[in-house]
Ligand binder design. Structure first.
Ligand code: GLV
Length: 327
């Protein structure tokens, strides 16, 4: 059946999915052809989301609209178009048996590209090399290969394990933290429990943050943890800004207690114009793009379509999130 945003009372088909993203219309058109038995409601903006949320059995969106939670009385399933479902954190204890799924698996490859680029740029100090090129300076030097370096991945979920495998294939020693360390992880030389973070930190030349944002990971890296890191080590954050106490990181970087950082995520996004991070010589700032693969929405909707199919057949959905764990 065709998508519409018109009078929903004209028919009452069994299953209604509200799609909340700017190009919802095109997505609903494609899904509507494949699932004629489903009613798709297009809500490209907050106003329409507010208007139709009460009819939704399923909601597909980048962020969960927590302010509308009390009106989402029919909601059975939230399909997040992001990997992180931290937008649901404020209502995670009230979400009851709403099934939450994400688009896990789409981001890891590109994020691993980002991390390995960061590791290379930071290891070679390419920013300095480019400055020297601009000044036509021929400064000879030697470098330690990545194969002699250690990278620690904090959080070995789908993204973290992809990063670990890539670092391993570059010959690095790879360490990682994980809540459950009873099962070995491919590509990891030594596994640490999440409560052993401070044992991992001093061993690493590069620390990569890949944990979800949960109350447990809020402020995971602050002054104390940075003090455990080596002064010549680098921090790479592709997780969420909330995982780092940003003011303490800035202080450490300014004081030379850490060699540098590559940051794709921040406490406030877009990163405020007056943040000192923009202008720091030992910091690389990118605009939360490390996982934004081309054709993101099309790829995400392959997962959405698979889950609709499963839902209609009564099969377990893929990429189900345990909200209490946050992944
Ligand atoms: C991006 O950060 C995502 O969670 O998909």
């Amino acid at each position: 059946m065709q998508s519409h945003e018109g009078n929903p009372s004209l028919e009452s088909p069994p299953f209604t999915i509200v799609i909340n993203l700017p190009n919802a219309e095109a997505c609903a058109r494609v899904l509507g052809k494949r699932f004629p038995q489903v009613r798709f409601i297009v809500a490209p903006d907050f106003g329409r989301l507010e208007r139709y949320i009460g009819e939704a059995h399923g909601l597909v969106a980048f962020h969960f609209p927590v302010e509308l939670f009390d009106r989402a009385t029919k909601l059975r399933w939230f399909q997040s178009l992001s990997a992180g479902v931290d937008s649901m954190l404020p209502i995670r204890d009230r979400a009851g048996d709403i099934i939450v799924t994400n688009v896990r698996g789409m981001h890891g490859g590109l994020i691993a590209d980002y991390v390995m680029a960061g590791v290379t740029i930071l290891n070679w100090d390419f920013r300095k090399l480019l400055r020297e090129q601009a000044e036509r300076k021929w400064n000879f030097r030697s470098l330690t290969p990545l194969a002699d370096k250690t990278l620690g991945v904090v959080g070995l979920g789908s993204i973290g394990t992809t990063i670990a495998r890539r670092a391993k294939s570059a010959g690095m020693t790879v360490l990682g933290t994980k809540r459950d360390i009873s099962v070995p992880v491919e590509g990891i030389d030594s596994l640490f429990g999440s409560d052993e973070l401070k044992d991992l930190l001093p061993l690493c030349d590069f620390v990569v943050l890949a944990v979800p944002a949960t109350p447990e990971t809020a402020g995971l890296i602050g002054a104390d943890e940075i003090a455990c890191m080596r002064r010549d080590a680098f921090l790479i954050n592709i997780a969420r800004g909330s995982v780092v106490v940003e003011s303490e990181l800035i202080e450490a970087l300014q004081a030379g207690r850490l060699a540098g950082a590559m940051l794709d995520v921040f406490q406030r996004e877009p990163l405020p114009q007056d943040s000192p991070l923009w202008g720091m010589a030992n910091v690389i700032v990118t605009p939360h793009i490390s996982g934004i693969v081309t054709h993101y929405v099309e790829r995400a909707f392959e997962i959405v379509a698979e889950n609709i199919e499963r839902y209609l057949k009564g099969l377990p959905l893929t990429n189900v999130i345990d909200l209490q764990r946050g992944y």
